[in-house]
Design a protein around this ligand. Structure first.
Ligand SMILES: NC(=O)c1ccc[n+]([C@@H]2O[C@H](COP(=O)([O-])OP(=O)(O)OC[C@H]3O[C@@H](n4cnc5c(N)ncnc54)[C@H](O)[C@@H]3O)[C@@H](O)[C@H]2O)c1
Length: 276
C-alpha cells in the first residue's frame, strides 16, 4: 500500500491500515472534520479494517482530495460536506448519509480545535467562546443526537468523542475556551455512557497531547519558542510527539468490539507527559 501524507509536516507510513484485521466488516462509520489530520487517518484505518466509512468536513475541496488520496492507496471513502458548527446542517447531512451509505454504527466526533482564538483568557471574546464551544462540544452533541435513534433501534453503537490533554491538564498553546470545551466533552462522555450503556452503546473519549498535524504545528511554533519546544519534548517520557497513526489506532480500538467493556473512559494519549 502506498504511503499516505495525512496533512501534517511528517509523512506517516499509511501502509498500516489495520495489519490485516477486519474488525469492522458490515459496520458503517461516520467521522466529522475528517478531510485531513487525525480524522482522515482514523477514517483510513477504519476503512482499511473493513468499515464503510463516510468522512464529513466543511471543506469540500479537502474532502475531494482526501477521497482521492485514500483511493490511490486502495481505500474507499464516502464523503459529505457538513458544517459541524451548524445544528441544522448536521441533522440533515447525517440523515442523508444514513440513507446513501447506511445506518451509522460508529460515530467519531473528531471535528474540533481552538480555532486560533487568543491564548490569553482576558483576550478571548464571548464570540470566541461561542465558536469554540459550538465546534468542539455542540458539534458532538448534534451529531450524537442524529445517530442515536438508529443505534438505539439496533441496540448497538460506538461513539468516540475527542477530548484533549488540554481538557484534563491545561494546554501550552490553546486558551481556556478550548480547555473548557474539551473538559465538557469528557464530562458529557461519562454521562452519555451511563445513559446509553444499557442500550448496547459505548461512549468514550480520547485525550491526545500535541499531535503534529498542520494546524497544531503552526500554532506550536507561533506560541512557543524553539527552546520551549525542546524543553517540552524533554518532559515527554517516550521522547516524541503523538502521531496521527497513534490516534487512529486508538480510535479503531474504541470503535471496535475489542473495547466492548469500556465505556465512559477518557483515554490519555500523551506519551506519559501528563504523569511527568
Ligand atoms: N492536533 C492536536 O494536537 C490535537 C490534540 C488534542 C486533541 N485534538 C483534537 O483532535 C481533533 C482533530 O484535530 P486535528 O488536529 O486533526 O484537526 P485539523 O485542524 O488538522 O483538522 C480538522 C478538520 O476539521 C475541519 N473543520 C474545521 N471546522 C469545521 C466545521 N465547523 N465543520 C466541519 N469540519 C470542520 C477542517 O476543515 C479540517 O479538515 C480535534 O477535535 C482536536 O481538538 C487535536
Amino acid at each position: 500500500m502506498a504511503e499516505i501524507n495525512y496533512g501534517g509536516p511528517v509523512k506517516v507510513a499509511g501502509g498500516d491500515t489495520g495489519r490485516g484485521c477486519r474488525r469492522f466488516g458490515g459496520k458503517v462509520a461516520l467521522l466529522t472534520g475528517a478531510a485531513r489530520g487525525i480524522g482522515f487517518a482514523s477514517a483510513v484505518r477504519l476503512a482499511g479494517e473493513g468499515a464503510r466509512v463516510c468522512i464529513t468536513d466543511r471543506d469540500a475541496r479537502a474532502l475531494e482530495e482526501a477521497v482521492g488520496i485514500a483511493a490511490a492507496a486502495g481505500v474507499q471513502l464516502h464523503s459529505c460536506v457538513m458544517d459541524s458548527s451548524d445544528a441544522g446542517d448536521v441533522a440533515q447531512r447525517i440523515e442523508e448519509v444514513s440513507v446513501t451509505v447506511g445506518g451509522i454504527d460508529i460515530l467519531v466526533n473528531n471535528a474540533g480545535g481552538s480555532l486560533h482564538t487568543p491564548f490569553q483568557f482576558m483576550q478571548e471574546s464571548d464570540a470566541d467562546w461561542q465558536r469554540v464551544m459550538d465546534l468542539n462540544l455542540m458539534g458532538a452533541v448534534w451529531a450524537s443526537k442524529a445517530v442515536l435513534p438508529g443505534m438505539i433501534a439496533k441496540r448497538y453503537g460506538r461513539i468516540v468523542n475527542f477530548g484533549s490533554k488540554a481538557g484534563r491538564y491545561g494546554s501550552l498553546i490553546a486558551g481556556a475556551n478550548y480547555a473548557a470545551a474539551k473538559g465538557a466533552v469528557a464530562s458529557m462522555t461519562r454521562q452519555m455512557a451511563q445513559e446509553f450503556g444499557p442500550m448496547g452503546i459505548t461512549v468514550n473519549s480520547i485525550c491526545p497531547g500535541v499531535v503534529m498535524t498542520e494546524r497544531t504545528s503552526s500554532l506550536w511554533s507561533e506560541r512557543r519558542t524553539a527552546e520551549e519546544r525542546e524543553q517540552v519534548l524533554a518532559t515527554i517520557p517516550v521522547r516524541r510527539y503523538c502521531e496521527v497513526d497513534d490516534v487512529a489506532a486508538t480510535v479503531a480500538f474504541l470503535a471496535s468490539d475489542d473495547s466492548a467493556f469500556i465505556t465512559g473512559a477518557s483515554l490519555d494519549l500523551n506519551g506519559g507527559q501528563a504523569m511527568a
